[in-house]
Ligand binder design. Structure first.
Ligand SMILES: [Zn+2]
Length: 72
């Protein structure tokens, strides 16, 4: 019977990043879906702590018009 282990490999934990710069849209982009929606933590493998920081950074970047709210 196959077992599936959900990998807990948070990108930011691995890179030991504590602060996510919202101006670095290139690295934020990898956590957005093709429609510029924020991908779920279980999708990206991010831990809760970093997912929260990431969400804040993306929202800030959107507010500064560096990232789109929605792309069609
Ligand atoms: Zn993490």
């Amino acid at each position: 019977m196959p077992q599936y282990f959900r990998q807990r490999n948070c990108y930011f934990c691995r890179k030991k990043i504590e602060y996510i710069d919202f101006r670095n849209t290139q690295s934020l982009n990898r956590f957005l879906s093709p429609w510029s929606k924020i991908r779920a933590a279980k999708d990206t493998g991010n831990c809760a702590k970093h997912q929260r920081i990431l969400t804040q950074a993306i929202k800030r970047a959107r507010f500064m018009a560096m990232l789109p709210y929605l792309t069609r």
